[in-house]
Write a protein that binds this ligand. Sequence first.
Ligand code: HEM
Length: 141
Amino acid sequence: MPEWDILSKDDIKRIQGSYAKFAHLHQETGDYLYKHLFECCPDVVNIFKVDMKEQSRTLMRMVKTVVEGLNNVDVIMPAIQHMGDRHHDIGITSDQYKYFKESLLFAIGKVLGNDFTPEIKESWSKFYDVLEGLMKGNKYN
Ligand code: HEM
């Protein structure tokens, strides 16, 4: 899978190392993300039919799965593709993916504080780009 090649060994180390610092903060991280997302895209609020506290944890469990799977990406590919299909079926747009990225980086910045260095941010940015690309596949071309 060539997409994963965007992430260098150092990126993976930075992602896994910094994730370990907020692994115990799934609720807070997810809550920051959705608060940011709903402020920048209020129209997105209505597409969520679930309890958002729970959604925060669901999302962050998936982030954990992908972060831990970076050393063995074949194992996580089916879950990522399935998730991408689900999001396509719900009607998630490319623009919404873009706002979601900003919201994820915002949330990680909040929970990491001063540990969110420009290098760490860049690695997470690449992480998201790969994940988004794999979720979208060729469905958005
Ligand atoms: C890398 C990006 C994303 C990840 C990792 C992610 C993760 C998840 C997960 C794990 C679920 C629950 C499982 C499922 O229903 O398949 C979910 C559901 C959902 N996600 Fe995402 N998501 C991402 C991007 C987005 C974006 C960009 C939007 C729209 C702004 C979005 C909106 C939704 C909605 C509406 C649901 C369904 C909630 C419900 O059942 O009511 N997601 N997402």
